[in-house]
Design a protein around this ligand. Structure first.
Ligand SMILES: NC(=O)c1ccc[n+]([C@@H]2O[C@H](COP(=O)([O-])OP(=O)(O)OC[C@H]3O[C@@H](n4cnc5c(N)ncnc54)[C@H](O)[C@@H]3O)[C@@H](O)[C@H]2O)c1
Length: 432
């Protein structure tokens, strides 16, 4: 809990927050190993083609097909794939209206769509509004599942229903048809895989390394030589290895490919997390600030991707995962360089989607909003407070929230999730 959250939970704080209508951040349920998928029963509604596949995924969970009066639900899941006409949108209202107020703390709302048509598009306005109404850490997503992709939903459902998606809300996710690799052990889906994480010595990168290591991957932790000490600490902690390299160096892609192929026989998951800020308004921004940000945040990724794909160092069912930013979607004063680079990261996803699908692999990105790190702790107090509160959950996210989203993309059964940019922002108002 941050300071404001502690205040809002105190006796006097509760009164002030209530009277003034101030944001009331609710402590979010976050994942711990061994935790059950959901803290209570699920209500599953709708009559489309996903009801049975969803019920199969939720085999271990108490699933109700009819609402029980007085029951608090951990999740409300509605299969809207059958809604092919706007007059049938009332089925969404019919299902949610009587039960939405019985959603428990950190509850999950999932609307499952079929992808195309006017009525299906309309569902976006519904889910995004529900996200803004939910209290007590609730989240909502719209997941479109293509015809024939019904057997590829499990990793996505597990992620979105679990506490791993605590800070993801108001997103539209598409699952396409793909050959899905079922992990032998759902608790260690990356066992036997090799993952590369750039900028892994601290902050979000260190958390990504930890989560991918927890999921069973051998993590190659990369950072600049100046971060060598912290980097080996992280690598040791996650049972991985470290690689000191400046990703902007001319020979970096070739050295990286050599390292990964010679030491590990290739790589399965590549996470481009390294990033820098050099903020100034455009008129005050010299070319060195511009060049440094574009080189680290964008061009180096393109060069590394080209080298990995050109040499086939990235193995089958591989993953390329970028770290963009809300600034790359909404733009931000003082960040023309940074926002350009981060919009470019989305461009990388778009440019590679088809090629990656052809390889049975994927490329995706996360766009974090306000995440509590050393970087954001340095932001002036008022800007920081506004950044923290301007989202449906009224709080900043944690590095682990970004890391868990990346682990979902990295999951071997997430092959149907390709070309996606998911915001990890608590449904921030900026650029929404
Ligand atoms: N913190 C946030 O709120 C936030 C929000 C949106 C996006 N992001 C993005 O998330 C990523 C991680 O952010 P963070 O807050 O953990 O930042 P951070 O500054 O704590 O970590 C970035 C890491 O990248 C490394 N790095 C920088 N240049 C490098 C280079 N040339 N070669 C190799 N490594 C290099 C740094 O040494 C550092 O360890 C960045 O891409 C950032 O833009 C962060």
């Amino acid at each position: 809990m941050d300071r404001y959250q502690r205040f809002a939970k105190s006796g006097i704080g509760r009164l002030v927050v209530g009277r003034l209508g101030l944001p009331d951040p609710y402590p979010l349920r976050r994942f711990t190993p061994g935790q059950p998928l959901l803290a209570g029963p699920v209500l599953l509604g709708g009559t489309g083609r996903l009801v049975d596949p969803v019920a199969a995924v939720l085999e271990q969970v108490d699933v109700h097909r009819e609402a029980v009066t007085g029951q608090e639900y951990a999740a409300l899941v509605f299969d809207a794939t059958g809604i092919d006409d706007t007059t049938r949108l009332r089925e969404v209202h019919e299902f949610f209206h009587p039960v939405i107020r019985s959603l428990g703390p950190s509850g999950r709302v999932l609307v499952l769509g079929g992808g195309t048509g006017v009525a299906q598009r309309a569902l976006e306005g519904f889910t995004r509004s529900v996200g803004k109404e939910l209290k007590r850490g609730g989240t909502v997503q719209l997941v479109h599942v293509a015809e024939g992709a019904e057997d590829g939903i499990e990793s996505t459902l597990r992620f979105l229903l679990s506490a791993k998606s605590a800070y993801v809300s108001g997103q539209v996710i598409r699952i396409g048809r793909a050959t899905v690799e079922e992990p032998a052990d759902w608790d260690r889906p990356l066992a036997g895989k090799v993952a590369l994480v750039t900028g892994a010595s601290r902050g979000i990168g260190a958390s990504i390394a930890e989560v991918l290591g927890r999921d069973g991957a051998h993590v190659v932790c990369l950072d600049v030589p100046a971060q060598g000490g912290d980097l080996s600490e992280v690598a040791n902690r996650v049972g991985g290895s470290s690689l000191q390299l400046d990703i902007t160096a001319a020979d970096a892609p070739a050295r990286l490919v050599d390292h990964l192929t010679q030491r590990h026989g290739g790589v399965d998951v590549v996470v481009h997390n390294a990033g820098v800020l050099r903020d100034k308004t455009l008129g005050r921004m010299d070319s060195s600030r511009w060049d440094a940000v574009i080189a680290v945040n964008l061009t180096s990724q393109e060069r590394i991707n080209a080298a990995l794909l050109g040499t086939n160092a990235l193995r089958g069912n591989g993953r390329i995962i970028g770290v963009s930013s809300i600034a790359g979607i909404a733009g931000n004063a003082g960040q023309t360089n940074y926002a350009t680079s981060k919009a470019g990261v989305i461009g990388v996803v778009e440019a590679l989607t088809e090629e990656m699908a052809g390889r049975g692999s994927t490329v995706n990105a996360v766009a974090p909003g306000f995440i509590e790190t050393a970087m954001t702790a340095g932001v002036p107090l008022m800007t920081r407070e506004v950044g923290r509160r301007l989202n449906s959950l009224s709080q900043g996210g944690l590095p682990v929230d970004v890391a868990e989203t990346i682990a979902w993309y990295a999951h071997p059964a997430s092959t149907g999730v390709n070309g996606t940019v998911v915001r990890v922002c608590g449904q921030m108002l900026l650029g929404a």
